[in-house]
Design a protein around this ligand. Sequence first.
Ligand SMILES: [Zn+2]
Length: 376
Amino acid sequence: MSNLPSIRLGTLFGIPVEINVSWFVIFLLVAVTLTTGYFPQQLEGRSNLTYAIMGIVTTLAFFASVLIHEFAHSLVARAGGLRIARVTLFIFGGVSQMEDEPRRPGLEFVMASAGPGTSILLAAMFFLAGEALFLFQAEASIIVVLDYLAVINLSVGVFNLLPGFPLDGGRILRAVLWAITGDMLKATRWASRMGQLIGVALISVAVIGVLLYQTFDLIWFAVMGWFISGLATTAYQQQVVKSRLAQVSVAQIMSAPAVVVSADLTLEDMAHSYFLGGRHSRYPVVADGTVVGLVDIKAAQKVRRDDWPVTTVADVAYKDLSCVYVGPETTVDSILPQLDPMRAGVVFVVDGGRLSGIVSRADVIRLISDDGDSTP
Ligand SMILES: [Zn+2]
């Protein structure tokens, strides 16, 4: 799903809002079902145009409700100090993409509860508005729409409270287990198992529904169930890796002593003595004992081959080294953003002003795969 493109709608409270292309499928499905099925059944004798307007207005209001649900999560998370990359609407609803995970169970509990709490609150508001308009004998089509929005928001709230990771209820369960045991990883494992169980239960309901009652509406349950159990499994695996990396310092995995190149070396010599047969792909450039840049084969390739003997490493090196220096005690999980190939790709470990080593992506990958092999 995430490999489908998303369209940026704008920003709300400083958080970018996106719609994934898959969302249009569900939008059409809901609008058509409401227009041609649900509303004509609930309220007879209206024109097709009326049903179509009701269908579209209701679908838009429903997705606005989903957006409000996501923003409840996001704003609470941000108030708790977490960074929110974006909010995306997609085929199964909404998702708030956080750049980091909560570090305390209390914050996770409040953050996870905020979404379903908001949905249930919205349900109550739509219900009360419908009741009030009914008392004033307002147009029935408006009341039918409000009632539907009350029911759908209540369903969203209750469904998300199912206690399996990655649903909100699963995050609430994880927060409670985490607070009790003090072990985030164990709490994630149990909450993820519950997520897998709920996924299997949803699939079973769909299979039974189709086999015994020929109710094909329930196939949606199977799709949801498959999706949830898949996410539960990956979420746990990611947590395992992250927790491992949080226990290892950069000093433990860095390549030391750092292999450096001198700033006045020519690209010709650099290519022969470092890139051919060298075990690194990026090197710190040093002049008078201090690091002045970073060089890799791509930087050299920007220069014509004929000019390599007369061009120095310093001429082509990347000189923006901001956020590339860390202390030896820094944990590996916190340097992952810098190791992104689109950014620096390496981190310099500096101890008392001296360059003591380098950590590259390869060092982290080696650490992760070693962990996999060394289990007794
Ligand atoms: Zn939620």
